[in-house]
Design a protein around this ligand. Structure first.
Ligand code: SF4
Ligand code: SF4
Length: 215
């Protein structure tokens, strides 16, 4: 899931400037789960913008499998509302915002309602946790399914830096040292021998951007 955080109303109002008629776009998937672009958040934003003197011409919340796949269809349904707007304000991840741009035949300014933070998983307490940085060359096979690229502050792939203290990272004392977690996990799995394998420096050319995959 892509984790987003809604921008402040103050920042959004600044983006809109003198534009008065605004069409809102949310996201029925990740941004709904993050409570940044679901039905409730879009309705709340509609009311907030109206209190600021704006006219919300309508809104759309594309759903599964992803906003990116549904934008064209949704925009065809709302064409008149979009045509009568000065701008489109999007509450989705960066991918969703760019999909809106690529699938809108009617050219209008597109404004950003959310900051995109990271790819995340949800824990039992409802927190979003960054667990993978999409490095393009996965090493989880050797690390007990714990990602050192993402969870070690230094992104080390051949063991710890030696700075951990009581299992906590020297960079952030509230964070578990990833390599202590990896050691404990491999020990529990009876696979500690994997720690003796040396890995070449990470090949970051595999994550050079922009990436593309065609099936
Ligand atoms: S090593 Fe970590 S960042 Fe790279 S693909 Fe695997 S989980 Fe993702
Ligand atoms: S203390 Fe652990 S998690 Fe922190 S930088 Fe060193 S090896 Fe990585």
């Amino acid at each position: 899931m892509i984790i987003t955080k809604q921008k402040s109303l103050k920042e959004i109002i600044k983006y809109l400037g003198g534009e008065e008629r605004i069409f809102l776009v949310g996201c029925g998937e990740c941004s709904t789960t993050c409570k940044t672009g679901g039905e409730d958040e879009v309705r709340n934003m509609k009311e907030a913008l109206e209190r600021e003197g704006k006219v919300v011409t309508g809104y759309s919340i594309p759903t599964a499998p992803c906003i990116a796949a549904k934008v064209k269809l949704e925009f065809a349904k709302h064409r008149k509302e979009i045509e009568s707007s000065d701008a489109i304000l999007v509450f989705a991840c960066g991918l969703g915002i760019q999909s809106v741009k690529e699938n809108t035949r009617v050219k209008k300014p597109i404004h950003v309602g959310c900051d995109t933070l990271f790819m995340g998983a949800i824990d039992s307490g409802g927190s979003f946790l960054e667990r993978c940085s999409a490095c393009g060359d996965c090493v989880l096979e050797f690390t007990g399914s714990i990602c050192p690229i993402t969870r070690c502050a230094k992104g080390l792939i051949n063991g710890p830096c030696g700075g951990q203290n009581k299992g906590k990272c020297e960079v952030d004392k509230d964070m578990d040292c990833a390599w202590i977690l990896i050691y404990n996990e491999l020990k529990a799995q009876g696979r500690l021998h994997l720690l003796k394998e040396k890995h070449p420096p990470k090949d970051y050319s595999k994550s050079s951007k922009p990436r593309q995959l065609t099936l």
